[in-house]
Design a protein around this ligand. Structure first.
Ligand code: ZN
Length: 124
């Protein structure tokens, strides 16, 4: 059974407007985040060993069960089990990381634009 990547919208993420992102916005994002998790929440159905199991046959396995798919430093993907009751918390951490990443990207783009503008003025 293939992993199904879960849309973060499911965990109540609202699109965060990163336009005009400033340093203090990014700092606020860090301050507001309960925690940050880099990865993807995936849903799986697991096959059991019972012969002729109806659930496995009809639903492709038991579940759903949830994992946080994490890319390790060695480049290998690890699956970290997430109990269903803590799905919201984990989803919030994943969403917080993505918002921060977007915010930092926006900040870096702004700084680059500023640098390039200054470089043009320096050449004059
Ligand atoms: Zn089964």
């Amino acid at each position: 059974m293939r992993d199904k990547e879960l849309g973060l919208d499911k965990w109540g993420q609202v699109g965060y407007n990163t336009c005009g992102m400033t340093r203090s916005h990014v700092c606020q994002l860090v301050a507001d985040a309960p925690w940050v998790l880099q990865g993807t929440v995936v849903e799986r159905h697991l096959r059991c060993r019972r012969e002729g199991c109806r659930v496995c046959r009809e639903q492709g396995g038991h579940g759903p069960v949830y994992y946080l798919s994490v890319r390790g430093e060695d480049g290998k993907t690890r699956m970290v089990y997430v109990p269903k009751a803590r799905l919201g918390e984990v989803g919030a951490g994943v969403a917080a990381f993505r918002r921060l990443k977007e915010g930092l990207g926006e900040l870096a783009a702004g700084d680059l634009r500023r640098w390039c503008g200054e470089a043009r003025r320096r050449r004059r």
